[in-house]
Each structure stands twice: as C-alpha cells, then as structure tokens.
Design a protein around this ligand. Structure first.
Ligand SMILES: Cc1cc2nc3c(=O)[nH]c(=O)nc-3n(C[C@H](O)[C@H](O)[C@H](O)COP(=O)(O)OP(=O)(O)OC[C@H]3O[C@@H](n4cnc5c(N)ncnc54)[C@H](O)[C@@H]3O)c2cc1C
Length: 344
C-alpha cells in the first residue's frame, strides 16, 4: 500500500510575502519550512531597537485597498497588531532651492504595526517553522529517494559556513527580492529570466535620535526636489515611546543609486545636512546611523501577481510582482499559495 504523503514546501524569505504564503499552505495541510538570512522574520517590515529608542527604518506605514488585504488588516486591528497612524503630515517642496511647506489632507488611512512595524511579521510567524540566519544559496531540482521530482537546498549562515538543510521539498517558493531570486533559480531558466527583467532599486535610510524634541512643526513629511523623500518622527506612531525623539529619513532613489557604495558615515552626514537645511532643525543628534536598503522596492512595474511553474513545482512572490509595497507583497504571497493549491 502506498503511503499518503503530505505535500511539502520550502519558502525562501520570511518577509510578508513568504509569511503569508507559508500560512496559507500550512493551513491547507502542507509541511512548510521557511528560511531567512536575517536573525528573524519581517524583511523590510523592519524595526531597529537602539539605546535611544526604536526606529521603523523600512516600511513606514501601509494602506489597504484590495478587499482581501482589507479583511486581514481588520483582523490585525481587532487583535491590536496594527492601528491607524494620523501624523501631522506635510509636503515639503523645494522651490528654487527653498523649502515650501503644505499640509497633506488626502483622506488616506495609514496603518502601522503596534508597537513596531516588525510586529506584523512576528504575529504572522507564530506557529511557523522558520530557520533564521540561513541564506539559501542554491536550489537543486532532483529526484527524491522515492523517485518523485523534488527540491533540495544549499545554505550558509552569516559567517559563510555551510548549514545543512535536511530533506527535500515538493515545492519551492522564492519569496525574496528579484535579484536574489535570480541567483536562486538557476535550475528554472525561464522563471529566472522573468525575475531578471524586474530589477529593484535602493534606498538609503538614516536613523537619528535627538536629546530633546525638535521644533519641526510636523510629524512626517513627503519631500520633493531634494535628496530626501521622506522624514518621520517615529514616536508619533501608536504604541511607541513618544518621549524618544527618533527620526527616520529616507533618501531619493536616484541619490541612493549614486551613493550606493559610499561609506555609511558619509551618507549619514549628507542626509542629516539636508534634513537641517529643509527643516531648519539644527540640533545635533545624540546618535545617528545610515542603513542601506540595496533592494528597497521595484524598479519596474509588474502586475503578474507572482511567478509560477507547475511542472517545475516552483513559484516566486514579493512586492516586485504585485504593484509594490506592503499590500503588493501580501497579494503576491497569497497569489503564489493559491496557484500551488490549485495545481494539486
Ligand atoms: C526604505 C523603505 C521604505 C518603505 N516604505 C513603505 C511604505 O511606507 N509603505 C509600504 O506599503 N511599503 C513600503 N516599503 C516596501 C515594503 O517594505 C515591502 O513592499 C514589503 O515589506 C516587501 O515584502 P517581501 O516579502 O516582498 O520582501 P522582503 O520584506 O524583502 O522579504 C524578503 C526576505 O527574504 C530574505 N532573503 C533574501 N534572500 C535570501 C536568501 N537567499 N536566503 C534566505 N533569505 C533570504 C530577506 O532577509 C527578507 O527577510 C518600504 C521599503 C523600504 C526598504
């Protein structure tokens, strides 16, 4: 009598798209393992904890327009995992080099994780098997011991040492930025080429803590015509320590591309100088550092939702496939899981 075999899936990347895909497959009876090169799940839903306070240095907030995403956001709200954020929000336009301020009253509901953006990921990760500090360097298509086609993974840790990945998997999902998916998908040249055609762009972020509240006159600002695009006082988000004067600055795409390989200290100094120039807040931070997001967001538009190869039993998901941003990552992870379930 042949044994009934619960399908298995290896999901590389425990950002939002990988976590959603994992949850849907596990709920449908799959044996799921997630692998992430970082110390914990979340990816760009990132929060840095420092002596001076916490900083959401990746995604700042998210909106929910698709009914499927709205439904899960409503559940997160009920559980206290997310809450609306209503900052004093302005636009700063550089006109002939001079900053001109205007209020932003666009009626958009902006949500954030509580007490941090990363909380969304930790809530989703509950009950999932996640292998952290595990960079998947190669995915091999082979035949398992029972003769069925399967995936086997090769991985290293942060020190470059080999990490054994036990067993084989029926399905492979690359829930990682497109350039990293390209590196992983050598055994699926067609999917690899699709990923290569969808590049991603960088973003430098600065995390700056001040000893006293800045007289900024705003909590968050979209900036146009500057090397900065976004400024936010993190403590104004719900559930944060409002007393910690922690600010996040994001640089423009073109500027980040030009400065990509510059030392973090030099980037930090230049972004802080621009912050002072356009806000007139001249206080020196008590601590500041720059963080480089090499793959911050999509550089090209795609509405494919996900990549999927039924014969190769593999898929790819992420914000680069579904309209970018947090909502896009969610919809992409959901899409690849639904394609896998539909293929059984
Ligand atoms: C600076 C910045 C600002 C942003 N602002 C907003 C915003 O305001 N609103 C909004 O909606 N969105 C924003 N975003 C985008 C949002 O964060 C992303 O769209 C979303 O989090 C992407 O999720 P993901 O699952 O597709 O990818 P990721 O979150 O990047 O997850 C991929 C995971 O894969 C892991 N990984 C990569 N390669 C490997 C490998 N080989 N082996 C193992 N693990 C691997 C990574 O460690 C990571 O955890 C911002 C992003 C950045 C960087």
């Amino acid at each position: 009598m042949s044994q009934i075999h619960a399908p298995t899936a290896a999901i590389v990347g425990a950002g939002l798209s990988g976590l959603i895909c994992a949850r849907v497959l596990q709920d449908a009876g799959f044996g799921v393992k997630l692998f992430d090169k970082s110390r914990g799940p979340g990816g760009r839903l990132a929060t840095r904890r420092t002596e001076q306070g916490t900083f959401d240095h990746g995604a700042q907030y998210f909106t929910a327009r698709d009914p499927r995403f709205q439904a899960i956001v409503a559940q997160w709200k009920d559980k206290g995992i997310v809450a609306p954020w209503t900052p004093a929000l302005i636009a700063i336009d550089l006109v002939d080099g001079a900053p001109v301020r205007a209020p932003v009253g666009d009626g958009t509901v902006r949500h954030v994780g509580v007490p941090s953006m990363n909380r969304i990921a930790s809530a989703l990760a509950d009950g999932l098997e996640i292998h952290a500090d595990c960079t998947v360097t190669r995915a091999h298509r082979l035949h398992a011991s029972d003769g069925r086609p399967a995936w086997s993974l090769g991985a290293t840790n942060g020190r470059g040492e080999l990490v054994p990945v036990d067993g084989t998997f029926d399905w492979l999902v690359a829930a990682i930025p497109s350039p990293q998916a390209v590196a992983l998908l050598a055994d699926l040249p067609s999917m690899q080429a699709q990923a290569r055609a969808l590049p991603m762009v960088p973003c430098w972020a600065v995390l700056a803590a001040f000893g006293t509240p800045l007289a900024s006159g705003f909590d968050a600002a979209f900036v146009n015509g500057s090397s900065l695009t976004w400024i936010a006082r993190n403590g104004t988000k719900p559930g944060r320590d409002a007393g910690a004067e922690c600010w996040v600055l994001h640089a423009a795409r073109d500027w980040s591309e030009r400065m990509l390989e510059e030392p973090a200290e030099a980037v930090c100094a230049r972004m802080l100088a621009e912050f002072r120039r356009i806000t007139s807040c001249i206080d020196e931070p008590v601590a500041a550092r720059a963080h480089r997001w090499r793959y911050s967001g999509p550089g090209a538009k795609s509405d494919l939702a996900c990549l999927f190869d039924r014969d190769g039993q593999a898929g790819a998901c992420g914000d680069w496939l579904a309209g970018s941003r947090v909502e896009g990552a969610f919809l992409s992870g959901l899409a690849v899981a639904e394609r896998i379930l539909g293929a059984r």
